[in-house]
Write a protein that binds this ligand. Sequence first.
Ligand code: URA
Length: 238
Amino acid sequence: MQSKRGRLDRFLGAKLQIPRKLVRDVLLAGRVRVDGQIMKEMDRQVDEFSHIQLDGQILQANSPIYIMLHKPIGVVSATKDDQHKTVIELLNCEQREELHIAGRLDLNSSGLLLLTNDSRWSEALMSPTQKVEKVYRVTLANPLTEDYIAAFAEGMYFGFEDIRTQAAKLTILGDHVAEVTLREGKYHQIKRMFGRFRNPVVGLHRVSIGDIVLDQQLAPGESRSLTIAEVASIRKHG
Ligand code: URA
């Protein structure tokens, strides 16, 4: 999701459906307040959480929302879908239609899913430069061997996108169970990596994203707001 940061004059032009010249007059007349202060600068930067008023009428007053959901298997990580129930439908939050997903999970994967209306926050979370670690518990159809560890650490070439995956950490937890830590999120990445060993993934559960760990109190389908510390653990840039 693209950051909604932009110039105040553009915001007013789009919101009020008036031409640039009129926006200028409205601003110079001191009729606009941003975060409580009269604002006359056309190029003042605002985002989706700037409180904006015209003649005392609120034009925008959003608060940031951050939610963790225990995504169940069989629910789709999308805001709309014709066939399956969506993760948005599981939330009992009034503004749920305004949220977007920060890092999808496949239909048959479960675990930690983050949703927000703060595009700068989700951009930071997904940014390739921040390399936020995502930890998955993976159950395989066939037994694991030590060879997997080096193959995941070395990275794998995916011809379809012409990329090499970054070093991933694999820890064997049992004959058929591994913990995998990724610092990126390519399409079906974990399934494709185990696919190299012709070992089908039969269970995929995301345990954590950075310092945000799926709350053990949440049953599949349940959600809660993130704490201030959890939100702050992902550092926004700019
Ligand atoms: N890798 C996958 O293959 N699926 C997911 O849902 C997440 C990571």
